[in-house]
Design a protein around this ligand. Structure first.
Ligand code: NAD
Length: 292
């Protein structure tokens, strides 16, 4: 069992850290928000005095932070975790951030560092069923894999540093565009006098099928567990989807990739956020599309 430092105890990080402890690891935790640290401590995790303190002496150090600037500051800033960590430690950033920052922080850390963003949301974090997409060296991946297994069920090595973030951004861009066109399908069906159930029964068994249709159906009824059945309570909040679409467009511009549907998806989600939809599930965008 490993000594692990874990920093960032928000919606995702707190249950992930708890699952590491449940698997028998010794976990020292830190968050800049005192209430988050107190809650983790009450759940039996050892609170550290600072992020650097959580990293010190650990064999594995994990972060789960909001965005690239937090990741850069936590690892490389003054009192940074990279310098405080053991030179032989494996560093794993599970946050969703831009590819360029992931590469920059990994290179500057002077350690074996992996980017390992996740898919599966808060429910996946709690149930330890997250999917991890990992960028970094093969030996680094081999050392990180057993640790990630305590928090997830599917762990894929995608390539060198930044490759995990690249996979995550591509996946979420595909998901957003698929969700949007699935919503449009239902809106067109409504105008043509087709019931939601009839469209679902056909498409979920036809070539138009997708996760957005069969698991996360954006209208109430056909898939009882989908957010549409609880007034679009997330799930996966539209604000997070907009963030990921922004990162995907940044990566597309930086690499010269042509992604017009990704660009359009970002524009539509931005409109949804401007209209107050940021806290709703991302499938709730059907309400904006209906209005036109
Ligand atoms: P969150 O805002 O709930 O948690 C982030 C935590 O980091 C907060 O508790 C904050 O206080 C802490 N923090 C920020 N800066 C810090 C610092 N310098 N030192 C220590 N702690 C610091 O966010 P979340 O929902 O847990 O998401 C975390 C990451 O996972 C994001 O990048 C998000 O895009 C990604 N993600 C989220 C979901 C989801 O469904 N919530 C799904 C997949 C991926």
């Amino acid at each position: 069992m490993a000594r692990i430092g874990f920093v960032g105890l928000g919606n995702m990080g707190a249950p992930m850290a708890r699952n590491l402890a449940k698997a028998g690891h010794q976990v020292a935790v830190f968050d800049i928000v005192p209430a988050a640290l107190e809650a983790a401590s009450a759940a039996g995790l050892a609170p550290a005095a600072s992020a650097a303190d959580a990293a010190r002496g650990a064999e594995v150090v994990v972060t789960m932070l909001p965005a690239g600037q937090h990741v850069r500051a936590a690892w490389l800033g003054e009192g940074g975790m990279a310098a405080a960590s053991d030179p032989g430690a494996v560093l794993i950033d599970c946050s969703t951030i831009d590819v360029a920052t992931a590469r920059e922080v990994a290179a500057a850390s002077n350690r074996e560092m992996l980017d390992a963003p996740v898919s599966g949301g808060v429910m996946g974090a709690e149930a330890a069923t997250l999917a991890f997409m990992v960028g970094g060296t093969k030996p680094g991946f081999a050392r990180a894999e057993p640790i990630l297994q305590a928090m997830g069920k599917k762990i894929v090595h995608c390539g060198e540093a930044g490759a995990g973030q690249a996979a995550k951004l591509c996946n979420n861009m595909i998901l957003a565009a698929t969700m949007l066109v699935t919503c449009e399908g239902f809106i067109l069906a409504e105008r043509l006098g087709l019931t939601h159930q009839a469209l679902f029964d056909v498409v979920s068994n036809s070539s138009g099928n997708s996760w957005a249709m069969s698991t996360y159906c954006p209208v109430p009824g056909p898939v009882p567990g989908s957010p549409a059945n609880r007034d679009y309570r997330p799930g996966f909040a539209a604000a997070l989807m907009a963030k990921d679409l922004g990162l995907a467009q940044e990566a597309a511009q930086g690499s010269g990739a042509n992604t017009p549907l990704g660009a359009q998806a970002l524009e539509l989600y931005q409109r949804f956020l401007d209209a107050g939809g940021g806290g709703k599930d991302f499938s709730g965008i059907i309400e904006l599309l209906r209005k036109g």
